[in-house]
Design a binder for this molecule. Structure first.
Ligand code: F6P
Length: 359
């Protein structure tokens, strides 16, 4: 048995821990393992592969990033190819990819990635490849699993930043808006905001009213707390912006990093007269050492993926359905991205402690 491992999409802390566990679990079964670099794109043209063995995965479990490299471009089903006239067109390169997998003698693949990578994996399974998936993203927006590894680390990074912002905001009587990642899901903002005792948390699942946000800040001033901390998910939007658009449109629109924080700082400054500052936490959330929780989850996922190959669960993804690890069809997973449930106890806990959700 020879298996291939690849990581696709944006990196997330814990990828190396998955790689290590999967390689060791496979080798201990007597299987051969190769790593495919730069996701599925590494199987196009001259394959970009590296042999994997005990020494390649030694001492990597605690490291951020991925030793296999990754990309959130390079979808082989619509791969950008330059034509003879110089124009770039998107081409379905799946035949070439499948041919390369055969040439390399790879029997099965483990694809570690978010919705995008898992969706590509499913298409390739439908075209005959044997693939199992491992869910990864700091955004935690993959359905069917309680959490993805990388999320806990990102939340901890955001908490640390919020703790630091608190002291400077308080010293200057300022409002500080911190924008966190998450695409169109508000998990990072919500979890970090509650844990770090923010005053306002804005998430895409609960469109905000800027007047309510300003009211909260002014009420704090009146009560003698002359500073406020606002955590906004990069996908957050106001009720006004949503006018005339469906929730689906708003929940799947393109995101520009920093635009939510900029808008909020302007609006809050205007609505309260207070001095405001912003921080766009950005890719810091994707870097660094995975937390213990993420390392453990990643290790469990890596081992479970090898078991899934043994059990021929093609087109399925390993998932945490506490306390168990299960495999579930990728088809079901990618049908709908996971979002914060506005009636979830985490949202309720925030409201009950006086945090404004801007609604
Ligand atoms: O999906 C992970 C993520 O970090 C999102 O939270 C963010 O919107 C996006 O990727 C950023 O992508 P890029 O690395 O291409 O800027």
């Amino acid at each position: 048995m020879k298996i291939g491992l690849l990581t696709g999409g944006g990196d997330a802390p814990g990828l190396n821990a998955v790689i290590r566990t999967a390689v060791l679990s496979a080798m201990n079964r007597g299987w051969e393992v190769v790593g495919i670099r730069h996701g599925f794109a590494g199987l196009l043209g001259e394959p970009d592969i590296m042999p994997m063995n005990r020494s390649t995965v030694s001492g990597i479990a605690h490291l951020g990033g991925t030793i296999l490299r990754t990309t959130n471009r390079g979808n082989p089903l619509c791969f950008p190819v330059r034509g003879e006239d110089g124009t770039v067109v998107e081409k379905d390169c799946s035949d070439e990819l499948i041919e390369n997998v055969k040439k390399l003698g790879i029997d099965a693949l483990i694809a570690i990635g978010g919705d995008g990578t898992l969706g590509i994996a499913l298409q390739l399974v439908r075209r005959g490849l044997k693939i199992v998936g491992v869910p990864k993203t700091i955004d935690n927006d993959v359905s069917g699993t309680v959490s993805t590894f990388g999320f806990d680390t990102a939340v901890n990074t955001a908490i640390e930043a919020l703790d630091k912002l608190h002291t400077t905001a308080e010293s200057h009587d300022r409002v500080i808006v911190m924008e966190v990642m998450g695409r169109n899901a508000g998990f990072i903002a919500l979890h970090a905001g509650l844990a770090a005792t923010a005053d306002v948390i804005l998430i895409p699942e609960i469109p905000y009213d800027i007047d309510k946000v300003c009211e909260k800040i002014l009420a704090r001033d009146k009560a003698g707390h002359n500073f406020s901390i606002v955590v906004a998910a990069e996908g957050a939007y106001s009720k006004t912006e949503a006018l005339g658009h469906s929730t689906h449109t708003m929940q799947h629109r393109a995101i520009r990093a920093g635009s939510v924080a900029e808008q909020l700082v302007n609006d809050i400054q205007q609505g309260t007269g207070k001095e405001c500052r912003l921080l766009v936490l950005g890719h810091l959330q994707r870097g660094g050492m995975p937390t213990g929780y993420d390392r453990l989850l990643a290790a469990r996922f890596g081992a479970a993926a090898v078991t899934a190959i043994q059990n021929e669960r093609w087109g399925e993804m390993v998932a945490l359905q506490s306390p168990h690890l299960v495999t579930i069809p990728i088809e079901d997973v990618i049908r709908e991205e996971k979002r914060v449930d506005p009636s979830h106890d985490v949202v309720m806990a925030a409201r009950m402690t006086g945090i404004s959700l801007g609604d």
